[in-house]
Write a protein that binds this ligand. Structure first.
Ligand code: 5MM
Length: 341
């Protein structure tokens, strides 16, 4: 393993002013997104949509440090035959790949999930590297509810995340470690804080046990945030203050950067929260975005599957990427949304 090279890539992924586009929706998830805009989820439509994003020069070259791809996409070519991976590289962005194979029910733990995909991962990583992937992603899903999460679910998912991360580094690929605590419930922000802290502590314990080099990884966590159905929603300032406090307590300074998931927040909320954290300043790691929905909802709507809407889709993508790029430096203001929209 060449740690200096892994570190260089990890640092580039969290370049101030830039962040990561999570475009790695699996077939089931992209179908849901396309259903919402009444577009059939065919291989060609998925290609056209993602090609539109990757050809958005304004967004890609200025604000997107890397793109997480799904297996289908990494092997796809643009309409003119150029591999989609090349479009990303030509824009100066780094191609990455989701390598987990989704979740399965966790035995003895009703309602809880474990992420799978470790079998043959070493062989798959070699092929992805040859195709151009320089980082990877694995997402563990932890739900909050009555009696959950159990320590069993937290432990097995942390163990798998660390196994994946060690295999990535051995293959000269930077692992994005994503332990996502869902914001779907009615819990208050402090419950999310407490659960996320336990999840992060266990994850870093496993990463250490499995000798993962922290300088050569990126963490992709959820923020400390109120459950979506909680009647009392925490303010932007509270989310920012508690998330920073939680991360400072759990994430070693050796990690070059933290790239948040949006998790179901609205576009503007996700931007405002990231911005408020960076405005606090004096942080040991870079804080940026690795958003899926909060970057893509607007371009998906603007595009709606019509070739005549490609420019509008690209403008919507560039706008969201720009706003989040500003937030990654703590330079965003809500007034900028109105001016550009
Ligand atoms: C883009 O969605 C990713 C893949 O999800 P599925 O495996 O469920 O299809 C997902 O892992 C995503 O990268 C993260 O959840 C962050 O996305 P959001 O939308 O939460 O920012």
């Amino acid at each position: 393993m060449n740690l200096a090279e892994l570190n260089k890539i990890a640092v580039a992924m969290v370049t101030p002013g830039k962040g990561i586009l999570a475009a790695d929706e699996s077939s089931g998830t992209i179908k849901k997104r396309f259903d919402a805009i009444k577009v059939e989820s065919t291989e060609d439509n998925r290609r056209d949509y993602r090609e539109m994003l990757f050809r958005s020069t304004e967004a890609m070259s200025k604000y997107i440090s890397g793109v997480i791809l799904y297996d289908e996409t990494i092997w796809q070519n643009a309409k003119d035959g150029t591999p989609l991976v090349k479009l990303i590289e030509q824009a100066g962005s780094i191609p990455g790949i989701k390598v987990d194979e989704g979740t399965q029910a966790l035995p003895q733990c009703p309602g809880e999930l474990v992420t799978v995909g470790l079998d043959k991962l070493a062989e798959r990583l070699k092929k992805y590297y040859e195709r151009g992937a320089r980082f990877a992603k694995w997402r563990a899903v932890i739900d909050i509810g009555s009696g959950i999460p159990t320590m069993t679910a937290i432990s097995v998912n942390a163990h798998a995340l660390a196994r994946y991360a060690a295999l990535c580094q051995a293959a000269q690929i930077v692992p994005i470690v994503e332990p996502e605590v869902l914001m779907d419930g009615d819990h208050v922000i402090d419950r999310c804080y407490e659960v996320t802290q336990r999840v992060l502590n266990k994850t870093f314990q496993e990463l250490r046990v499995q000798r993962v080099e922290l300088e050569g990884m990126v963490l992709k966590p959820n923020m400390a945030i109120s459950g979506k159905k909680c009647p009392k929603q925490a303010s932007v300032a509270e989310v920012a203050e508690k998330t920073v406090r939680m991360l400072k307590a759990c994430v070693p300074a050796a990690v070059p950067g933290i790239a948040f998931l949006s998790g179901g927040q609205s576009d503007e909320e996700a931007t405002a929260h990231l911005d408020a954290m960076n405005k606090i300043g004096n942080l040991p790691w870079k804080l940026t975005f690795s958003y899926g929905r909060a970057l893509q909802a607007a371009p998906q709507k603007a595009w709606s599957g019509k070739s005549e809407n490609v420019a509008a889709g690209q403008r919507a993508f560039a706008h969201r990427a720009h706003m989040n790029g500003l937030a990654s430096r703590g330079n965003w203001e809500s007034g900028l949304e109105k001016k550009v929209a």
